[in-house]
Design a protein around this ligand. Structure first.
Ligand code: 6R9
Length: 646
């Protein structure tokens, strides 16, 4: 796709948008030249109990310290609930829930959501949960997930959500790392007509989690689950006796709001820590600008609350802005591949935000399932999670949006708290496949391998040179790892781990990760995690895992496995290893290919040359590059010969 495919902002959209091109430019200029003044105004989007006088106090040097609004006090749940009720919007729907089963849905008003949050918050306080305590949430996409998040915020407890698709082991290691004292889960989840045994998984995990004192169990499918006397409590029975009002905890702007574990290039997933004030301002600011949200509209983000997109753009951003946020329990392909559009028509969805992997999967099924539904309510389409290829972008724009709706390709990360690079619907002309321009207040740059800033049109490593309010503050319990991971590669800059190209118009084109993180169907995974799962198997001596191109998932998981001496590489063992990784990490880590590797390409110092393994997995074996530093070049020939064809 040529860079010059420019889709101009339509006049009708520009003239009604909250932010047009001139306003965007003015905002961007002000945010850079006078960040204090800019954020002193923008911070008023959240409800402060004590307005901050100090705005920005950040340093990317040395020990790295990031503080925004540091003398302010607030409670995130008040911004999301109380103030909307006080403003007379208590009867407006806050969460519009659509079940996996097309015949089940529910509407929860702001007043009702407030009451449910307060009841649970009171119950948690009664169980002894205090400000600063960590609470693990392992729930499916039901309203209770948002209630649990906001109830934690209400009492100052720090939530750590673990995606419902993670295995008991993955759940356990996250609970252990942050020493959670309470777990909130459900009997079972539902997805695509199947059941997910959440409580059974939780019981398995809790065998190795001594910090957990109580488990609150929401009834979802109603199946009978084991309840451990004294530890496990039924959500409804517990909350029924609680009051509908609960005094919100006064939180400092820099008190933690949540931890969310995410994968990096090395070691165990790290607990990304976000604090209250800056995160809430960023969530509200970006949700408002990027989606041009207007009162009364129905907004739908199809992510799961287990990922950062669900945190910021299903719960905190939309609720802070008083929106009606649609929460979907199901999957795009069930009962059929028209489900998204059926839901759009059923509820009159105006803003729709999904992932490229879903778009590509739907594209495969053709236009008919889309065209069967009217979709006339749609106004803005969004994309997130991985680079969107121009072909999928154009299909989304033409077929789903009938060329009426701007597509906002939003680039951001768990670490950034919210969107950093994206077009604004009424203000930025689009190019299919480009996340376009930074939001006001965001200062991206490209650097070469030595950290030298690149000017003009260039390709390099994507860094951010100054702080923005939604930035993560630390890795929970390991500030040194935070500094090491994000600020040591290029001194004085936040390193995103992504590569990008900037064209002559200053538009950014994200090219993908430049580290050992892979992106499988929008889910982020460290190759090191899959490797350590594989080598935990008694028959595996060594493993190397890389991403490979995958038509639907963006990237697939390609594993090179060396067996211990005497073990036979059989089809049965291959299947066993696939099942093993699923059990160790969860179904999202299911290997797509396993290649038996009698040896792995290593340098003379014993380092695995992943560059070569990536090339073999991608079937680009005629461009393996320099192999002269290999200890044993014959290993490569063997691997090329026995590559697993797709
Ligand atoms: C929000 C989220 C972050 C990584 C990020 C990048 C990739 C996300 C993207 C995108 C190209 C986009 N990514 N959005 N790449 N264009 N619009 O996905 O967070 O799960 O932490 O993943 O996802 O590689 O570094 P997270």
């Amino acid at each position: 796709m040529a860079d010059d495919t420019l889709i101009a902002v339509k006049e009708a959209i520009a003239s009604t948008a909250k932010v047009d091109e001139a306003k965007r430019r003015a905002m961007a200029e002000r945010a850079t030249s006078d960040p204090e003044g800019f954020w002193r105004e923008e911070m008023r989007r959240v409800a402060w109990m004590r307005e901050p006088t100090k705005i920005k106090n950040t340093s990317f040097e040395g020990d790295v310290s990031i503080k925004w609004f540091e003398d302010g006090e607030l409670n995130a749940s008040v911004s999301c609930l109380d103030r909307h009720i006080e403003a007379g919007r208590g009867d407006q729907v806050s969460i519009l829930w659509e079940g996996d089963d097309p015949n089940s849905d529910s509407r929860t008003t702001y007043r009702e959501l407030h009451a449910r949050v307060c009841r649970l918050a009171n119950a948690m306080r009664r169980l002894g949960v205090r400000k600063g305590d960590r609470v693990c949430i392992y729930l499916p996409m039901i309203v209770e997930a948002a209630v649990a998040m906001l109830a934690c915020a209400r009492i100052g407890a720090v939530h750590s959500i673990v995606f419902g698709g993670f295995s008991p082991d993955s759940l356990a290691s996250r609970i252990q790392d942050s020493e959670c004292t309470l777990l909130i889960t459900a009997d079972e989840g539902r997805r695509g007509g199947r059941k997910v045994p959440l409580k059974t998984n939780a019981d398995e995990a809790l065998k190795t989690c001594p910090s957990i004192r109580h488990v609150i169990v929401a009834k979802n499918t109603g199946t009978a689950v084991a309840m451990q006397e004294g530890r496990d409590l039924d959500w409804a029975a517990l909350c029924d006796r609680e009051a509908e009002i609960c005094e919100p905890e006064r939180m400092n702007a820099e008190d933690p709001l949540f931890i969310l574990y995410t994968s990096g290039s090395t070691g165990k997933p790290k607990g990304v820590l976000h604090t209250t004030g800056g995160y809430m301002v960023w969530a509200s600011f970006t949700h408002d600008l990027v989606f041009d949200y207007r009162p009364g509209e129905i907004y739908w983000c199809t992510a799961d609350v287990g990922w950062v997109t669900g945190h910021t753009y299903i719960v905190y951003g939309p609720l802070a802005n008083g929106a009606t946020t649609l929460m979907f329990e199901g999957v795009p392909s069930w009962p059929d591949s028209g489900r998204f559009w059926q839901v759009v028509d059923k509820h009159g969805v105006n803003i729709f935000y999904t992932a490229p992997t879903a778009i590509r999967a739907l594209m495969r099924d053709g236009e008919e399932p889309v065209k069967k539904h009217k979709r006339s309510s749609l106004r803005v389409l969004g994309s997130v999670g991985e680079p969107i290829n121009p072909e999928a972008w154009l299909w989304y724009y033409r077929v789903v949006g009938d060329e009426r709706c701007p597509v906002v390709d939003t680039w951001w990360q768990t670490e950034t708290g919210g969107i950093l690079i994206s077009p604004l619907p009424g203000a930025v002309a689009q190019k299919p496949g480009s996340a376009t321009l930074p939001l006001p207040g965001v200062q991206p740059a490209l650097v070469d391998g030595d950290g030298k800033l690149l000017e003009g049109a260039a390709e390099g490593n994507l860094v951010i040179t100054d702080s923005w309010p939604g930035q993560m503050r630390t890795v929970y319990g390991d500030h040194a790892r935070f500094v090491q991971t994000y600020f040591s590669t290029f001194k004085g800059m936040y390193f995103t781990g992504d590569g990008a190209r900037r064209d002559a118009d200053g538009y950014y084109w994200i090219t993908g990760r430049v580290d050992d993180v892979i992106n499988v169907a929008g889910h982020r995974m460290g190759t090191a995690e899959v490797e350590s799962a594989l080598v935990a198997h008694p028959k595996v001596a060594e493993a190397a895992v890389v991403g490979m191109p995958h038509d639907l998932k963006g990237q697939g998981i390609y594993c090179y496995v060396t067996l211990v001496a005497g073990e036979e590489p059989t089809e049965a063992l291959r299947k066993e290893l696939v099942a093993w990784v699923r059990k160790e990490i969860g179904p999202i880590a299911t290997p797509d290919a396993i290649q038996w590797a009698p040896g792995l390409p290593k340098t003379r110092s014993g380092k695995i040359m992943r560059r070569i393994l990536r090339k073999i997995a991608a079937n680009e074996t005629d461009s393996l590059g320099d192999t002269s530093t290999l200890a044993d070049p014959a290993v490569v020939e063997e691997l090329v010969e026995n590559r697993v064809g797709r």
